[in-house]
Design a protein around this ligand. Structure first.
Ligand SMILES: Nc1nc2c(ncn2[C@@H]2O[C@H](COP(=O)(O)OP(=O)(O)OP(=O)(O)O)[C@@H](O)[C@H]2O)c(=O)[nH]1
Ligand SMILES: [Mg+2]
Length: 320
């Protein structure tokens, strides 16, 4: 296969004294592990994840701080064949992002053979000549070395076939914490020289309301099947400190709506005697309290926004 170089932890890193700052985006088909990898690199959950495809619905920025660099990761929605207006909007968001970043990380799961979905994305990437492209093989903990080797060769060949010159091919496991730091080491030299773009310590630029809504959606996605994950949207209507609380025992009131598309979906989300919705509340509240560092009273309501994925007006209302 001549000339193919796959990175492992033993590679030497050249010493550099300049400061670099810039953007890398992760693209790939739904469920490839983009958001999980983003969180692993940042060291904290900034993007929600699930085993349902199309979990991410907007670009999420996660920030990696190093003494000599600031690497801003742009996690994007999985690119797929759109079936709804929402799907088209998500694909547009991804393509707009490509034009704005310094390096593109193409995520390909190790446990699935390259498919038409991957080729579709690769063909589009081939058209972006200027930006360096790194092929990232995700979820390496799920496969044996032979399968991984075959995947690496297949990716190398895909690049040759489509005229993409991979700047690197890097196998990683976000869940197993394998080669995650190495990936950052490889991306940083591809960033332009320049000062930090975000304040030290910031891990994301997501507004709190959005993070909170996402954590609720993540909890709501768990255990629902078929088309329902796509139908769920969450909007935080209000976040206010409860009045008349002693200073040492604050409480934050959060009111949020969980939207679904059809009245028939209401029962599934709420569950028998409200059991499911209650679990979603308990689970997401824990994550929200950890995120905001304050006790929270979470008030969840389920509402129907009829066919919102296809309705421009509803999409706008829900922030798309
Ligand atoms: N075993 C293993 N599972 C992983 C790894 N990375 C991600 N996953 C799992 O793969 C599933 C999808 O992960 P996500 O990070 O949500 O995937 P995504 O590419 O962001 O998906 P979309 O936002 O829908 O495009 C989740 O169930 C993750 O737990 C990994 O390194 N190892
Ligand atoms: Mg995602």
């Amino acid at each position: 296969m001549g000339g193919m170089s796959v990175r492992t932890q033993t590679s030497e890193q050249p010493a550099e004294s300049v400061h670099r700052a810039g953007f890398a985006c992760f693209v790939g088909r739904p469920n490839a592990g983009k958001s999980t990898l983003t969180n692993a690199l940042v060291g904290q959950k900034v993007a929600i994840t699930s085993n349902r495809p199309q979990t991410t619905r907007h670009t999420v920025r996660g920030i990696v701080h190093r003494p000599d660099a600031q690497l801003i990761l742009v996690d994007t929605p999985g690119l797929h064949k759109p079936r709804t207006l929402l799907g088209e909007r998500l694909n547009d968001v991804v393509r707009t992002t490509w034009a704005e970043v310094d390096v593109i990380g193409f995520c390909l799961p190790a446990d699935q053979k390259l498919g038409p979905g991957d080729r579709f994305i690769a063909k589009e990437l081939a058209g972006i000549k200027k930006t360096p492209k790194v092929a990232i093989v995700t979820k390496t903990d799920l496969v044996d070395p032979k399968t991984l080797a075959e995947q690496l060769i297949a990716i190398d060949q895909l690049g040759k076939e489509l005229g993409i010159e991979w700047a690197e091919i890097v196998p990683v496991s976000a869940v197993g914490d394998k080669q995650v730091d190495l990936l950052a080491d490889l991306l940083i030299p591809m960033l332009p020289e320049g000062p930090a773009l975000y304040p030290e310590g910031d891990l994301t630029d997501e507004p709190e309301q959005v993070m909170v809504a996402e954590l609720i959606r993540e909890a709501a996605l768990e255990g629902v099947r078929d088309e329902l994950p796509h139908s769920i949207a969450v909007v935080v209507e209000e976040m206010l400190p409860r009045e008349d609380r002693p200073a040492d025992r604050p409480l934050l009131d959060i009111h949020a709506n969980v939207y679904i598309e059809r009245p028939s979906q209401k029962g599934i989300i709420i569950g028998p005697k409200g059991k499911r919705l209650k679990e979603v509340g308990i689970k997401s509240r824990k994550h929200i309290e950890a995120l905001l560092g304050t006790p929270v009273f979470l008030d969840l309501h389920v509402k129907v926004a009829k066919d919102w994925q296809r309705d421009p007006r509803q999409l706008r209302k829900l922030g798309f």
